[in-house]
Write a protein that binds this ligand. Structure first.
Ligand SMILES: [Fe+2]
Ligand SMILES: [Fe+2]
Length: 144
């Protein structure tokens, strides 16, 4: 099932909204794979996809922040880093215990919540800032 982005999380930039929907869907998929104790290879495959996808998504946002000299860049990047570190922690946990730990790991359980909080606290703020800039083009379309 395709994840729908709740209306209050829509940034208005289609590339970003589409990527957020994908990230949320995959984060939930990973959480479920671990909670349901799917095999380790399946969990690692979803994990690896989520890692690559989030790395590319964050790089795109970061490139735009640099280009527009976004004043809240440091706090925003720090939040991206927290997410990336959580993914690393989950990888370590899968390596140590397989998939049986899913329901006990805070990093796993809070992964979708973290994304939702990040979008509402950081990405919406960035979107507001970008709309105030006098850019004729969608800044995310230009670089993709
Ligand atoms: Fe972000
Ligand atoms: Fe984002």
């Amino acid at each position: 099932m395709k994840h729908e982005i709740p209306i209050e999380l829509v940034t208005g930039f289609p590339v970003i909204d589409q990527q957020h929907a994908e990230l949320l869907e995959r984060a939930e998929q990973l959480m479920n794979a671990l909670a349901e104790r799917k095999d380790t290879a399946t969990a690692l495959r979803i994990h690896s996809y989520l890692t690559d996808y989030s790395t590319r998504h964050f790089a795109l946002e970061e490139e735009v922040m640099v280009r527009f000299d976004y004043p809240e860049r440091v706090a925003h990047l720090a939040s991206h880093m927290v997410f990336t570190n959580r993914l690393r922690q989950i990888e370590d946990e899968i390596g140590a215990w397989g998939t049986g730990f899913g329901l006990m790991s805070e990093a796993v359980l809070l992964l979708p919540d973290f994304l939702i909080r990040h979008v509402s606290e950081h990405d919406l703020e960035l979107a507001r800032f970008l709309r105030e800039q006098d850019s004729k083009e969608d800044p995310f379309q230009v670089v993709t």
